[in-house]
Design a protein around this ligand. Structure first.
Ligand code: GTP
Ligand code: PEP
Length: 244
């Protein structure tokens, strides 16, 4: 089945509406840890492609409202083409001495997202190129009723997704060790008892190893195209086609 298509939709009937927030920093500074294998121009294209595949999968999972927070005009244009709303992060976000610029940007996006229909909000990493709609849908169903919930990344220390059910507390705690920080703040870990659940949802791509892991799972169409263009098909030995 096609990656991230509407046919894969598995949003729960009757569940509260959910809006998604993604943050993407300026393309010139993005994904520096991939520089050993991805040249600068291709890194820019890869960031846009991974965001596109993430948004496509989120839409296929039934997420109607998608907010992208970014200071970057190219990211903004791509996000708008995909029907997302864009919120600009500002130099003031970067200058805040207490909260990281990422969390400032995300808080701004969450604020914008909860303006719509009293929706729950899911903060999704923007670099989930292997994300499959049924798994995101299942995670959203499992999170229903929790004040906050997380899906840790594949390393276990970061956060691939934060679901904010109680929008009176919207503090994101992304950054080094964020899975623990979110759990300590009361978020339920949705994969605590089943660490091998939803590997696609847990594979945000920061390092070359992450990229290879995502390729093994099978990446979405936009990411696959960029990787093919730069001849990176051999990073992972045998990409596995998606099971339905
Ligand atoms: N809008 C916004 N997004 C950010 C900011 N800082 C980080 N991000 C995004 O948050 C995610 C994690 O960021 P990082 O791990 O710091 O950066 P990265 O581009 O993924 O990778 P490296 O350059 O290799 O560290 C990425 O999707 C970034 O684009 C910020 O200040 N504003
Ligand atoms: C900011 C985070 O992720 P990354 O690994 O992309 O920096 C995080 O997991 O909290």
């Amino acid at each position: 089945m096609e990656h991230g298509t509407r046919e894969e939709t598995s949003a729960a009937p009757g569940a509260r509406p959910i809006a998604a927030v993604l943050a993407v920093k300026g393309l010139a500074d993005a994904k520096t840890r991939l520089s050993p294998v991805v040249p600068a121009d291709a890194r820019r294209a890869l960031v846009l492609a991974m965001m596109s595949d993430t948004i496509t999968a989120a839409r296929a999972a039934g997420v109607g409202d998608i907010v992208v927070v970014t200071p970057d005009p190219e990211v903004s244009a791509t996000a708008r083409r995909l029907g997302a709303r864009v919120v600009a992060d500002t130099p003031a976000d970067a200058a805040d001495p207490v909260t990281s610029s990422l969390n400032r940007a995300l808080a701004r996006g969450i604020d914008a997202a909860i303006g719509t229909d009293g929706a729950r909000v899911v903060v999704l990493q923007a670099d989930l190129p292997a994300l499959r709609a049924p798994h995101l849908g299942a995670a959203l169903v499992r999170a229903d009723g929790h004040r906050q919930a997380i899906v840790p990344d594949r390393s276990g220390s970061g956060t691939a997704m934060l679901i904010v059910g109680d929008t009176s507390d919207i503090t994101p705690r992304f950054g080094v060790g964020s899975a623990r920080a979110h759990r300590d703040a009361g978020a339920v870990d949705l994969v605590a008892d089943s660490g091998d659940l939803w590997p696609d949802l847990r594979t945000d791509v920061d390092t070359v190893d992450d990229l290879a892991a995502a390729m093994t799972l099978g990446v979405g169409r936009a990411t696959a195209q960029v990787l093919a263009d730069v001849g990176l098909g051999s990073l992972a030995s045998t990409p596995t086609p998606h099971a339905s």
